[in-house]
Design a protein around this ligand. Structure first.
Ligand SMILES: [Zn+2]
Length: 464
């Protein structure tokens, strides 16, 4: 038996995660991400999948984030018809995320058509709501630690990655004719000692390991420090009588923020100010957490809404959303997308960026090429709805609230391994970051590691 790995994305970039594992002629796609950020990356979404989707036998999702799932409806459009394996929480979250992604693309195509800025006569969305809905019946959800047969010779197992609800480190066990091998995909790995989610699960061995490296060259503050910083920034923003705008994805990150805000208010570390969740799907997801109680650490038995508090408002429709623009002071607004590249956040940025008393706070990773990253890097204007909008507001960042483990935490996780994998592939990081992380793995642990290129192919095992 021969095993081969192809990097179809998520290599020297944090976006478009997709890895093709070929066990003889059985093809497994691990993650099916959409490319976001830099234009040269986004164009990859349009050029057709690099391998004929009809020839793929199984898809595995490590978690629901769009850069790991967002290409799925397009994969089905191009002919994939197999099962999509994931955890049961990921299954439900992925449905929400893909519907949102489809809606966003429909809106963007519509907008480009109206404004006439597309080169195409009738700009088309990458996929529609209908395409997204079509994929859902192929998704199968499982529990952590469940042994799942995806082929007579191949089993997989999900373990808690502590990154977002349902996120999984995935083990793939291949039974060869002579020996068995284990390939581990870290997926995105969460921080340690945080509320709501568990620490990343301990994995002790792998023949081949793929590890993310988003913060592979950086140490971020602990959750405790980040929590204090967060309170500080909120208080300063209120003292300035401005509004605090936080870009965050509506499901997952927003709940973490609400959990912190609830605590900060209860502990009287911040005053009671109105908090607006502005998202068409900015729904209370308490029921989602209740249905998937194995996937987090919150007690959901009570009748109380675990993410609700006095002064919290969910705004779902457009007119409510527009009304938020009139609020001049002392409010917190949370809206998506988290990297400011689309969605309702654009309207808020359009109104808030020029206001010197307002604050824009980043709490998540901002990929290269996204509007969020450009703002963080100090751009003095931002082009929104065809206009150059002046950036006059305060800009803040709390990196310790990110859903990603930092360098020290990645090493802590690697420290659980009893022996070195035959090869460790460094993925899901910007080129320089992945290289630095790879070097430190070689220096600190003495392991074989490499940073794969886009489309690179590796023969993992021959004649096993
Ligand atoms: Zn992620």
């Amino acid at each position: 038996m021969n095993v081969r790995l192809r990097f179809l994305g998520g290599a020297q970039t944090v976006t478009g995660s997709r890895y093709l594992l070929e066990v003889d002629d059985f093809k497994i796609l691990i993650d099916c991400g959409m490319f976001q950020g830099l234009k040269e990356l986004r164009l990859k979404n349009w050029s057709g999948f690099p391998v004929d989707p009809k020839t793929i036998d199984a898809v595995i999702l490590t978690h629901a984030h769009i850069d790991h799932t967002g290409y799925l409806p397009k994969l089905f459009k191009e002919g994939y018809r197999g099962t999509v394996y994931c955890t049961s929480a990921t299954r439900e979250l992925t449905e929400i995320m893909l519907l949102d992604s489809a809606k966003l693309q429909e809106e963007e195509a519509e907008y480009a058509f109206k404004k006439g800025y597309s080169k195409h006569e009738k700009p088309l969305p990458l996929y529609t709501t209908e395409d997204a809905n079509f994929t859902f019946s192929y998704l199968r959800g499982y529990q952590y630690n469940e042994s799942i047969d995806i082929h007579p010779k191949i089993k997989i197992k999900f373990h808690d990655a502590g990154h977002i609800l349902g996120s999984a480190i995935t083990e793939i066990f291949v039974q060869g004719d002579k020996m068995s091998k284990k390939i581990v995909f870290s997926g995105d790995i969460g921080k340690y000692n945080k509320p709501i989610l568990r620490n990343p699960s301990i994995i002790k061995e792998a023949d081949i390991l793929l590890i993310e490296s988003t913060y592979g060259n950086k140490e971020t503050p602990s959750v405790k420090e980040a929590y204090e910083n967060f309170a500080d920034i909120i208080n300063k923003s209120i003292e300035r009588k401005g509004c605090l705008l936080i870009p965050a994805f509506a499901v997952g990150r927003t709940q973490t923020l609400l959990y912190y805000l609830k605590q900060l208010i209860d502990q009287r570390k911040i005053p009671k100010v109105p908090v607006f969740i502005d998202s068409p799907m900015g729904i209370s997801v308490t029921s989602l957490f209740k249905r998937h109680s194995n996937f987090h650490t919150i007690n959901t038995n009570g009748s109380e809404d675990i993410f609700d508090f006095d002064g919290l408002h969910y705004y779902r429709n457009q007119s409510e959303s527009v009304a938020i623009n009139n609020i001049k002071n002392s409010a917190i607004i949370i809206s998506s997308s988290g990297m400011c590249n689309g969605g309702r956040i654009l309207h808020h940025l359009y109104h808030r960026l020029p206001r010197p008393n307002d604050t824009l706070l980043f709490v998540g990773y901002q990929s290269e090429g996204t509007r969020g990253r450009k703002l963080l890097d100090g751009d003095s204007t931002s082009r929104i709805f065809g206009e150059e909008v002046q950036v006059k507001c305060h800009l803040e960042q709390v990196s310790g609230l990110s859903a990603h483990a930092d360098r020290a935490e990645l090493f802590k996780w690697l420290g659980n391994f009893k022996s070195a994998p035959k090869m460790t592939f460094i993925v899901h990081g910007e080129p320089e970051v992945s290289k630095q992380f790879s070097n430190s793995i070689q220096n600190k642990l003495g392991w074989n590691s490499t940073v794969p290129n886009y489309m690179e192919v590796f023969e993992l095992f021959k004649g096993i």
